[in-house]
Ligand binder design. Structure first.
Ligand SMILES: *[C@@H]1O[C@H](CO)[C@@H](O)[C@H](O)[C@H]1NC(C)=O
Ligand SMILES: *[C@@H]1O[C@H](CO)[C@@H](O)[C@H](O)[C@H]1NC(C)=O
Ligand SMILES: *[C@@H]1O[C@H](CO)[C@@H](O)[C@H](O)[C@H]1NC(C)=O
Ligand SMILES: *[C@@H]1O[C@H](CO)[C@@H](O)[C@H](O)[C@H]1NC(C)=O
Ligand SMILES: *[C@@H]1O[C@H](CO)[C@@H](O)[C@H](O)[C@H]1NC(C)=O
Length: 517
């Protein structure tokens, strides 16, 4: 075994304690809504957090699309989660604008209608919804329609009966809780289908996976275990299915939207042994509003615009990870997985869909290694209906129909409000030097990002369907991130730099001594 492999083994065994088992969006498995893009992962990959339903009141027949706080029908259901009885599951008495949250989706998990089990771009069809669709999609596009949200080129394999990791990220924290559900591919992607197979959570723990869940460094992301708070029985729909509470505490009173200060956590936050920048870094624990802190109508109030650094601090650079059980007796085949986040602070439901291929328990195949990198070519490939797939003949042409490929696909359809502080997506022109996707992280200067189509088109199999890395097959890691290549002590000794390291440590110790005296 060579050094590189040994080092990777070391990091994997360290990062994955459960190795053998197997505005938010699903991040693992990767969602169709992301278009297969890594920009803004893990909270809003490729704009995945802009697919949602709005104006959804518990017990009403349909969502109205309206943002208002009033119930969306005359006879809403009575909440099952009540203050005084279920305080461990709740965190918002009001919506941050003074309105009562009694009939909002999380107050009876699963009982609010939804516009589309895979989300609607911009939360509704004009004139309703906030009309803030992700780049390249008209408001009102349906997430369950593959013409708008195609399957990814990457396939994820799950083994029936195993426990697998799933994860999502939060772009704007609205409390509430979530569930993952399956529907066989080929069936209409309706709530009726998805509610027939909700996935059961495994154990009473969940994990926070820090460091942006960046596909290139995810193998060495820092993990923290936290207790999971779940609810089941007749307080939820489907009856006896399980929902998990969003563990991240929000901001007191005002929610900290539109750059208002976070006035401390709404509940006792997890990870009290650390202080994080998200909520302003004032109190210990994991809390805040997330990147939504920097969203607001900049036409109405220019001060809501964050600096790049303010945005970098507010953004949640972590994913929330759970283990779910792949049903033991589910027929093998292709399934669509829908993530559904019922909000507590707003009348909104966030959803994303992805694809999993389930193998029988006796199949020799291993399951997909969670968080393994995507090749990222879905947006560039015609067969998938990718956003930039029609730009193949535009590499040396910026005129006529090709102008589209050389213009930024702006967030929110180019509207001036709701400044996202993220890079715009442009099909061509802003690739890394090898023609692949460039890396952009919140906090870096906002510019323009390209998905890396020239590299995909140059690869013989760039546009081919392929299986993501499998659990046992470590050797297929295609591009090794520099950070994994940590042969430092040996090289340093060989090159004499060890002396410098010792000098630095010596100086640090000496300095400490001096200060102690
Ligand atoms: C919200 O409405 C419910 C039902 O009408 C009421 O019992 C509760 O006191 C109200 N809460 C607030 C914070 O106004
Ligand atoms: C829910 O679970 C309870 C307790 O196991 C059981 O009595 C009840 O029949 C179940 N209800 C449904 C609809 O499955
Ligand atoms: C504009 O936004 C800033 C930042 O949140 C806030 O302090 C200020 O009060 C707002 N101004 C108005 C007129 O709403
Ligand atoms: C943003 O503010 C402008 C100017 O006040 C207003 O015309 C527009 O309707 C606002 N947009 C939203 C979505 O609130
Ligand atoms: C590609 O598709 C977009 C969106 O439909 C369209 O505006 C553009 O003209 C097309 N460009 C080419 C080169 O076909």
């Amino acid at each position: 075994m060579n050094t590189k492999r040994a080092v990777i083994h070391f990091f994997l065994s360290w990062a994955l304690p459960w190795d053998a088992m197997g505005h938010g969006s699903m991040f693992e498995p990767p969602s169709r809504n992301s278009g297969g893009m890594s920009l803004l992962a893990p909270t809003c990959a490729g704009g995945a957090c802009q697919w949602y339903s709005q104006g959804c009141t518990i017990g009403c027949p349909q969502c109205s699309g309206r943002y208002s706080a009033e119930p969306d029908c005359a006879n809403p259901a009575e909440p099952t989660l009540k203050w005084g009885e279920d305080d461990n599951l709740l965190q918002y008495h009001t919506d941050g604008h003074g309105a009562n949250t009694t009939y909002f989706p999380w107050r009876y998990p699963g009982a609010a209608p939804i516009m589309d089990s895979c989300g609607i771009a911009g939360g509704g069809t004009p004139p309703f919804g906030q009309l803030d669709p992700p780049p390249g999609h008209p408001a009102g596009s349906s997430g369950s329609d593959t013409a708008h949200a195609p399957k990814l080129l990457e396939q994820t394999i799950w083994v029936a009966g195993s426990a697998v990791e799933v994860a999502w990220g939060i772009a704007a924290n609205h409390g509430g809780g979530y569930q993952y559900r399956l529907c066989p591919e080929g069936e209409p992607l309706t709530e009726e289908c998805f509610t027939s197979t909700p996935l059961e959570f495994v154990g009473d723990k969940q994990w926070i996976r820090f460091d942006n869940g960046n596909p290139h460094t995810a193998a060495i992301s820092r993990l923290r275990e936290i207790p999971a708070v779940r609810v089941s029985g007749d307080k939820v729909l489907p009856v006896n299915s399980t929902w998990t509470k969003n563990p991240i505490a929000g901001c007191k009173i005002n929610g900290a939207r539109e750059k208002l200060p976070c006035l401390g956590p709404t509940m006792v936050p997890p990870l009290l042994d650390e202080t994080f920048p998200y909520g302003g870094g004032a109190e210990p624990g994991l809390y805040g509003f997330g990147g939504g802190h920097c969203m607001g109508n900049v036409s109405r109030n220019a001060s809501v615009r964050c600096t790049d650094m303010e945005y970098g601090n507010a953004v949640f650079n972590f994913a929330i990870v759970d283990l779910v059980k792949v049903p033991e007796h589910i027929p093998p085949g292709n399934y669509v997985i829908s993530f559904r986040w019922d909000c507590e602070q707003t009348k909104q439901i966030w959803s994303s869909c992805g694809d999993v291929t389930i193998k029988g328990p006796d199949a020799p195949a291993a399951g997909t290694k969670p968080f393994s990198a995507l090749r990222g070519c879905t947006p560039c490939c015609a067969a998938m209906g990718g956003l930039c797939a029609n730009c193949t003949r535009c590499l040396n042409d910026r005129t006529g129909d090709c102008a589209y490929c050389w213009k930024p696909l702006e967030w929110w359809g180019g509207r001036q409000y709701w400044s996202p502080r993220a890079s715009h997506i442009q099909c061509l022109g802003y690739e890394a030097s090898d023609g692949g996707a460039s890396t952009w992280m919140p906090g870096q200067p906002t510019s323009v990002w390209s998905p890396g189509c020239p590299k995909c088109w140059a690869l013989e199999d760039g546009c081919a369907m392929h299986v993501r890395d499998l659990e046992q097959d470590i050797s297929v890691t295609p591009t090794l991130p520099d950070v994994i290549d940590l042969r430092i002590p040996r090289d340093w000794m060989l090159h004499g730099s060890g002396a410098l390291l010792l000098a630095v440590i010596g100086f640090a110790l000496a300095k400490r001594k001096i200060f102690q005296i």
